[in-house]
Design a protein. Structure first.
Length: 284
């Protein structure tokens, strides 16, 4: 059995014209339901204490009160509550996966640009890093492999997890592109930057390299930052994956045989619902 977690409250904030819009999740949820997928409410409700497992003291309050300066990451009344719901779905997906049921969090806001002390890149709390930290709070010995295939480097995830024992972070991303990091590998972070215009064949060769590193690492769980902005028609990146490329990515991740979960990160093309459906058909 597989699980998809989605809370409709994540649709309750927006800025007109902002690419990280409620329609991303709303249209994707509608397509998945039409395809026969059940969308479940998160069963673990995250709190400020959970945020503190991955972020520095005071970060939750800074997001709640708007005490940060990131023009592309607007402050909204109640954004701490909406962002906690996204964390809740990621944590629920992680605990489903550790119990043997692959899972996906279909939520917003995304998380992989949120660092220890920073909200950035449409991200307030680092959903995936917090979910991993919640698992470590139960089992500190758990080895976790993280694959981030968003077109943008997950600088926040690297900021939080670099140097931490028991985790390997692997990122495939376009360079140059926001946030301008991830140009070299260091410690437990393997960065695989790709030039603009990279198509499926070259992309999958880099993915094979990343998966080889993950297999060598020997994780007990695979956590995936699933961004879909490497798609050729995405408006804010210049990689050239096709609609069917994401089914191939999902199949390669499923082929690892690892317990696994994924969280939605970027992806801003109108075709996002198709891309997510293709990925999940294989991943789950």
């Amino acid at each position: 059995m597989s699980r998809i977690y989605c809370d409709p409250d994540c649709l309750r904030y927006h800025t007109p014209g902002h690419p990280e819009s409620p329609e991303r999740v709303e249209r994707t949820a509608r397509r998945l339901r039409a395809a026969g997928h059940a969308l479940l409410q998160p069963f673990r409700q995250a709190t400020a204490d959970d945020v503190g497992l991955a972020h520095a003291a005071g970060h939750f309050e800074a997001v709640r009160d708007g005490h940060y300066c990131e023009p592309d990451t607007p402050h909204y009344d109640g954004i701490d509550i909406f962002a906690l719901k996204s964390v809740s779905a990621a944590v629920s997906a992680a605990f489903s996966a550790i119990g043997g049921e692959p899972a996906f969090s279909l939520m917003r806001p995304p998380g992989h640009h949120a660092g220890k002390r920073r909200a950035a890149g449409f991200c307030y709390f680092n959903n995936l890093a917090i979910a991993c930290a919640a698992l470590w709070s139960r089992d500190p010995s758990l080895r976790i492999g993280i694959l981030d295939f968003d077109a943008h480097h997950g600088d926040g995830t690297q900021d939080i997890l670099q140097g931490r024992p028991g985790v390997l972070y692997v990122s495939l991303h376009q360079a140059p592109l926001y946030p301008g990091t991830g140009l070299e590998s260091k410690d437990n972070c393997l960065n695989l930057p790709l030039p603009p215009g990279t198509g499926e064949d070259a992309y999958l060769r880099s993915l094979d390299k990343g998966l080889d590193a993950l297999r060598h690492f020997g994780p007990g769980l695979l956590a995936v930052s699933a961004g879909f902005d490497a798609y050729g028609a995405d408006p804010i990146a210049q990689l050239r994956l096709e609609k069917t490329s994401f089914r191939r990515i999902g199949a390669l991740l499923a082929k690892t045989g690892l317990r696994r979960f994924a969280v939605l990160e970027g992806g801003y093309a109108p075709d996002l619902p198709v891309l997510v459906e293709n990925f999940l058909e294989a991943f789950l």
